[in-house]
Design a protein around this ligand. Sequence first.
Ligand SMILES: [Mg+2]
Ligand SMILES: [Zn+2]
Length: 222
Amino acid sequence: MSAKYWVYTDYDGTVTLDDNQVKILDAFAPPGWREKEYAILEAGGKSLQYLPVIYADFACRDQGRIIQFIREEVRPDPCFPEFARYCRHVGLPLEILSDGMHFYIEDYLRRFGLEDLVYYSNVVRVDEEGFHFTHPHSNPECNKCGTCKKQKVVAKKAEGYKVIFIGDGLSDQCAAGEADLLFAKKKLAAYCRENGIPYIPYETFCQVLEYVRSEVKPDAAQ
Ligand SMILES: [Mg+2]
Ligand SMILES: [Zn+2]
């Protein structure tokens, strides 16, 4: 396959094997945050609606302590840094599309020497009053995703790129149907099966790297 490619990856559960938000909510939010999130999803909302609700009574207001907890508890994908270096090496553009929060993504990128990687996410300020969210990449037409991945994928396709998307969950669903080549696991794979969306199953970036290395030939002109 030779073409102009663009790679977008989800962050939580994808660049890191564990979901950072689930880990910190289980540790610091009152029990019942899942039910609150579920009720909002059932009512047709998504992260734009549930984020402020599930973080409303978060017990930790110290961002440094949250980061420390994540460093200890969240497992990074074993092959993502190598995948990112491979993409840079062959001129395959790679960006992170996350419906998570900027501060733990930045910490990860610094720890793994990947600071030059562009990411799009929700932005949160934590102070003694709690979590204050802003959503620089929401989409008024969607009005549900904190970071609307679909609009990013659609925009890249309009520029003539074939979009490769890697994800694992709910926040990837609306983008999944738009991707030209989709890697899916867990809830996203189940969603794709239910909706007849073709995907390549994977467990870690080790398999994504292997596939991209042998099957995807980016145009030299990129
Ligand atoms: Mg995810
Ligand atoms: Zn959306």
